[in-house]
Structures are given as C-alpha cells and as structure tokens.
Design a binder for this molecule. Structure first.
Ligand code: UD1
Ligand code: CA
Length: 480
C-alpha cells in the first residue's frame, strides 16, 4: 500500500470515496421490507456492506444512496457514521450514481458497491482499488465465475486473456452466443471520478428495463477511448447478490458456515455446525463446546471452557468462563459470570446479571435480577426486578411479586438468606442478611437481618375427621 493510500484511510477525503447503491425496492424479494434491510447472519445486507467498506475508508467517505423507504434505511444504519445521498425516483443503477455526482466530485476515485452484495470482503475491495490504480483505468470491474451465471450481467473482454473490457451485457439483452459467457459482473466497480462524471450523462434507457444502467459505462468509456478493465474475485461466493428470498437464504447459510469455520479454527468445538444458528458478530473463546441445534445471536460473547447444550438460544449476552448452559435455555441481553450453571429450561430475560457460580435451575425465570456469587434458585421460580446477595438460597416455587398492575417494584434480598419453598415476596420489600423465611410464606413486610419470618396460615389438624366423614357416606360413594 502506498503512502498516499494510507493517508487517505487515515484522514478521509480526496483520494477515494465509497458509494453504496441501496435505493432499490427489491421487487423480486416480494417483501414489504426494503431489500437492503433484509438480514443474513442476523444483520441487514447493507450493514455487512458498510462494515466491509469501513475497513477500507473512513465512514465519512462512504456515501449510501437511499430512495425506497429512505428514512427506514437511513435510521437503521445511521450509527455507522456514513453519509447519505437521496435518489428520489429509482431509475436504475446509472441514475443512482448520477444522483451521487455532487457528493463525490471532490474525490479522485470512487469505489461503487451494491447494497445487496453482502459477502464482499475488505481484502477484495482493496484488490479492486489496487488493480484500478495499477492499471490506471477509468473503470475497473470486479468479476467472478460462479457455477450459475443466470441473472447477472456478463463481461465481454476484448480478448480472452486481456483485462480490457468491451462491454457488460445484462441478462435480458444477451445474444445466444453471449449467454455462454460465464464471467459475470459483480456490481462492484472502481471509477476515476473525472471521466465517469464527464460521460455519465450520456447513459440512455433504451434497454429491456427502460432504466439507466451503470453497466453501460463500460461501453461508453471504451467508446471515448478510456481504459476499462476487469479483475476477478478470488472467491466467487463473495460477490453473489440477494435478489430473491431463496438467494438470501443461501447467502445466510454461506455466511453462517463461514462464521462456524472461523470459530472452529480458533479452537471452539461446534458439533453438527450445520444445525446451529450463529450470527456473524458472535465471539467465542477456545475450548468452549457448542452442541447441536444451538442458536447464538446478536453480539453474544462466550468465554473459554463453557458448554452450551442443545436447543438453547442465547441472544446478545456476555458469558464468562467455565459456564454450563444446559438444554433448552433462553438467555437474552444479560451477563453470566464464571462457573455459573443454568437450566435446563431456564429463561434469563434482559437485564439479568448472574454472578460467579450462580445456579439457576429448571423453570426459573429471571428479569432484571442480580444474583450474587454462589446464589442458587434451582427450581420453578420467578425473580423480577430483584437483587439477591451472595450465597443466598431461593427455594423452589419462590415468586417475586414485582408488579402492582401499574408500577414495577424492587425486591432486595441480602447475603446468605434462606428463602423457603413457595415463598411470595410482595415488592417493594427487603430481606436482611442471614434471614430465614419459612416455606409457603407470603412476605409483605421487611425482614431484618438474621430474623426468621413466617407468613402463612396456621395448620389446623382434626384427628379422625376423615373416618367420620366416610362414615356418613352411602355405599358406593366411598373413596377407593
Ligand atoms: C446489477 C447489474 C448486473 C450485475 C448485478 C450484480 C446493472 C444494470 N446490472 O444487476 O450487471 O450482474 O447487479 O449483483 O447495474 N439500486 C439503486 N437505485 C436504482 C436501482 C438499483 O440504488 O435505481 C441499487 C439496488 O438497491 C441494489 C443495487 O443498486 O442494491 C443493484 O441493483 P439491482 O436492481 O439489484 O441490480 P441487478 O439486477 O442485480
Ligand atoms: Ca442485485
């Protein structure tokens, strides 16, 4: 990489802008959602393209062309810091770049990416930039030779081994001879800005779609005596587009397979990875084992030597080391510290903080609950808006009554408390350190430290009562 290029990457401006075309509706998806907001690997198509581009230029040098559902697209990716250009009417990819003319005219070169080609890697974008500069071309096209070229524009080279391009022909305009060409246009290009802007107004819509095709710039620039060249992508799969739901699902599978391979290469064991759903941004440390049919979503981070057993779904959580998540647990937007054991069938809802060596067992639900080191809630319990101290034991069937129908209230339980089974804690409520609560209590008043609280009806026992009752019954009604 030359010094100038490095400076461009550091300072933004002047040398290279990235333009991402994302204004189209995506008619072939048959969806109300704009195409570039459809997700693969748990992230919108456009988000993937922006992430790759951001590794090559500063976000301020990335211009996203929006049009169909512009506000929805803008607000979804605004936090990335990119700029936006509006294409009010979508009259084709050539028209999209015409709309970006004033935004990019200060740059020497522009790199054009498609918002619906999401697997493109930063390395390949850099390859296009380097080839473009080395060839001193007015237009450089990224091509590929996929197994099935149907639907893509085809590259017509001037001679078989020459990098020089005569034209790009769209699927609908192919002659039978051109239809045998297997080299396709990826929809990713580099242009020198000056010749591009000098000739782009000459595009016409005399074609099958009655649109202005950016692909026609190859022919126009050639005719003007400019150099138009092609460079092939190292992996054909990374330039595939998502025009239909079937293509989208195929890209999702490719991306997830790549994610699983990356994690396995880093020492994570994923049994039957084809059954697991792992989002693109998930991170897992070495020696952790992921069993079949697990879903790891969002920005989930998992430490070392954990085991995530089958059918668990973990979304946007941070897990420490040595954690066991047994079968069928659902965890979201929560943190779990080292050595905790969860499940089977536990529901850890947003805002839960499970401390070191905590046990949360079967049919236990937590929500905004903080459990201190070594606290245990092993069976059939709801802990909502609760703080539970270190070493406290929550008996089976304990319920925090956190909601009065209008407001949520807090339950605070100290350290080393023993909460007997079937206790109801009516919040707001506090239980001091070392206290005992008798089983089946309904606790409505503060329990001081080291006290015993029992809040239940006294038992009434009537000797012989059952025999007397049975004596009054007629034959045939007796209990068997
Ligand atoms: C385009 C190329 C084709 C190439 C393929 C690769 C053209 C004419 N054809 O076809 O040669 O093989 O990509 O994937 O360019 N867009 C706008 N404004 C518009 C129209 C489209 O921003 O007015 C955006 C879309 O949102 C999309 C991208 O441009 O992200 C590509 O448009 P699309 O309609 O998908 O082009 P393809 O038919 O796939
Ligand atoms: Ca497309």
């Amino acid at each position: 990489m030359s010094k100038t290029e490095t400076n461009t990457e550091m300072q933004g401006r002047a040398e290279l802008a990235v333009v991402i075309m994302a204004a189209g509706k995506g008619t072939r998806l048959k969806s109300k959602r704009p195409k570039v907001l459809h997700e693969i690997g748990g992230k919108p198509l456009l988000g993937h393209v922006i992430a790759a581009a951001s590794q090559v230029v500063a976000p301020a040098d990335i211009h996203v062309i929006i049009g169909h559902e512009a506000e929805r697209v803008r607000s979804t990716v605004a936090s990335s810091g990119v700029k936006f250009v509006e294409q009010i009417e979508q009259r084709g990819t050539g028209h999209a770049i015409q709309c970006a003319a004033s935004a990019v005219q200060g740059y020497k070169n522009i790199l054009v990416l498609s918002g619906d080609v999401p697997l493109i890697r930063a390395e390949t974008i850099r390859q296009v930039r380097q080839f473009h500069q080395a060839q001193q071309a007015a237009m450089t096209i990224l091509s590929a030779v996929p197994e099935d070229a149907t639907g893509y524009g085809r590259i017509l080279r001037r001679a078989p081994e020459s990098p020089e391009v005569e034209a790009i022909v769209e699927q609908k305009s192919l002659t039978p001879e051109q239809a045998t060409v297997r080299e396709i246009n990826s929809g990713i290009y580099a242009f020198q800005t000056a010749p591009l802007l000098a000739h782009i107004s000459n595009l016409t819509a005399e074609n099958a779609h009655k649109e202005l095709y950016l692909t026609d710039m190859a022919r126009l620039l050639r005719a003007a005596g400019e150099r138009v060249v092609v460079t092939e992508a190292p992996v054909a799969a990374e330039i595939l587009g998502a025009n239909t739901i079937a293509e989208l699902v195929a890209l999702d599978a490719t991306l997830r397979a790549n994610t699983a391979s990356r994690l396995m290469a880093a020492g994570v064991t994923i049994f039957r990875p084809e059954t697991c759903v792992i989002d693109a941004e998930v991170e897992i440390a070495q020696d952790t084992v992921i069993e079949p049919f697990v879903q790891l979503l969002g920005k989930t981070r998992i430490g070392t030597e954990c085991r995530i057993r089958s059918y668990s779904v973990i979304e946007s959580c941070t897990l420490g080391d040595g954690i066991l998540v047994r079968q069928g647990c659902i965890l979201s937007e929560s943190t779990v510290a080292d050595g905790a054991k969860i499940g089977p069938f536990a529901h850890v809802r947003p805002g839960s903080e499970l401390g070191e060596d905590v046990h949360v067992g079967n049919f236990v639900e937590t929500k905004k609950a903080r459990l201190g080191k070594g606290a245990k809630a092993n069976h059939l319990t709801y802990l909502g808006d609760a703080e539970i101290g270190e070493g406290t034991n929550i008996g089976a069937g304990t319920i925090t009554c956190n909601y009065d129908g209008v407001h949520k209230h807090i339950t605070k339980i100290g350290r080393n408390v023993f909460v007997g089974s079937d206790t109801t804690l009516v919040a707001p409520i506090e239980v001091g350190d070392g206290a005992y609560i008798g089983a089946a209590s309904c606790i409505t008043k503060e329990v001081p430290a080291d006290a015993l609280a029992v809040g239940r009806a006294r038992q009434v026992t009537k000797e012989g009562w059952a025999i007397a009752r049975r004596g009054q019954q007629k034959k045939g009604e007796q209990a068997t």
